[in-house]
Ligand binder design. Structure first.
Ligand code: F6R
Ligand code: MG
Ligand code: MG
Length: 367
């Protein structure tokens, strides 16, 4: 049975500030998707939040980029925005960059990750969702999951993974894509994906079966809007078990928190902290950035779950380490490397200050 799993998300208003989502907004979205399930458009759905982002997880048989599914998500965000305005939530409708829907939510503000596949006998999926960080935050995790034998022992000892995976990498500034085969081309690939604000892992494929193993949202809000309108807060779907890495191999990269861009005003580097859905409430200095992971088994498109994977105690130390990293970074205040390098500040709230002071710079006398 061919099933499409779509995750479409947007920040349509924060509660309180940018720290969380209001339960009434989640209830509204739940009602909208229940109606779509009742009408047969959706096979199943799960509504959740990651910080101030509303997450619509949907299964259906309309394929990727379906106008009907994207319109359902868009209409839900628009309806939610009206309620957010009524509640005077902060930044109501912040991610909805266009007024009218035109066939697809891509380029309109929301983030999208979708994959269509033939459901396996047991179809295990993990959906990662992040807040207060950028598209590209998945690069290192996807590399470790699908290409690093120190993370994924299956690459070494499981016959059905031994040939490796193919990575589709997008150059989001030049609007180009390239496929790298791992492990053969990992050194070439790392030149690019090691710069996650420019090159992003869009999808990963099994090299023998050609089956899709992962897909991420790569929409860059700032590049779409041409100014700072909030962070991308990306999502990523990973298929697991069998010819794909095991659940524990998929979660393992997050046990060692890394620095990602985002946090306060989208202008900083900070640790990506793995948390339960309940704890996805970026509070300290509007952070630090959070990642949640929901696990499902699919049964003819039915979302059996979720299990809140990072609620597990084995991620306690990662959270503790992320908090220590947060202290280390905060110590730098407005200095790099906590603050982003200047060329990355172009898409934050800083350019107005630069513009104001432009005329005050005078030439230095010759040396
Ligand atoms: C970062 C984020 C927050 C806001 C900050 C200012 O992604 O959402 O750190 O940038 O709270 O918010 P505004 O400008 O909405 O008052
Ligand atoms: Mg927000
Ligand atoms: Mg957010």
């Amino acid at each position: 049975m061919k099933i499409t799993l779509s995750v479409i998300k947007a920040d349509i208003g924060g509660y309180v500030g940018h720290s969380d989502s209001h339960p009434d907004i989640l209830a509204l979205a739940d009602k909208a998707l229940a109606k779509a399930k009742g009408s047969g458009l959706l096979v199943d759905y799960h509504v959740t939040k990651c910080g101030d982002d509303l997450q619509l997880i949907m299964t259906h048989q309309q394929g990727e980029n379906s106008e009907k599914i994207h319109k359902l998500a868009w209409d839900t965000f628009v309806e939610g925005t009206a309620l957010a305005k009524k509640l005077k939530l902060h930044g109501a409708g912040q991610d909805l960059l266009r007024d009218a829907f035109s066939g697809n939510v891509k380029g309109m503000g929301p983030g999208v990750a979708e994959m269509e596949f033939e459901e396996r006998e047991a179809e295990t999926v993990i959906i990662f969702m992040a807040d207060k960080t950028s598209a590209g935050a998945w690069n290192m995790a996807l590399y470790k999951i699908f290409a690093d034998p120190f993370n994924t022992i299956g690459l070494v000892i499981a016959d059905n993974m031994h040939r490796g995976f193919a990575f589709e990498v997008h150059d989001i500034k030049e609007h180009k894509r390239i496929i790298f085969n791992a492990p053969d081309e990992i050194y070439d690939m790392l030149v690019f994906i090691g710069a996650p604000s420019h090159f992003m892992v869009k999808a990963v494929y099994h090299r023998e079966s050609k089956e899709i193993g992962a897909v991420s949202s790569t929409q860059r809000l700032a590049l779409l809007a041409g100014r700072y309108v909030g962070k991308d807060d990306p999502v990523c779907i990973v298929r697991s078990q069998g010819e794909f890495p095991a659940v524990g191999e998929v979660l393992e990269p997050f046990a060692a928190p890394i620095l990602v861009e985002g946090w306060m005003r989208g202008s900083h580097q900070g640790p990506l902290m793995p948390v339960s859905v309940e704890d996805s409430t970026p509070t300290r200095f509007d952070g630090p950035p959070r990642v949640i992971a929901l696990g499902f088994q699919l049964s003819s498109g039915r979302l059996v779950g979720p299990r809140d994977m990072f609620a597990d105690k084995s991620f306690d130390l990662a959270r503790h380490q992320a908090n220590e990293m947060a202290y280390l970074m905060r110590r730098h205040g407005p200095f790099e490397p906590h603050r982003l390098p200047l060329d990355e500040m172009e898409y934050t709230t800083m350019p107005q200050v630069m513009e104001k002071l432009k005329g005050r710079f005078t030439d230095l006398p010759p040396d």
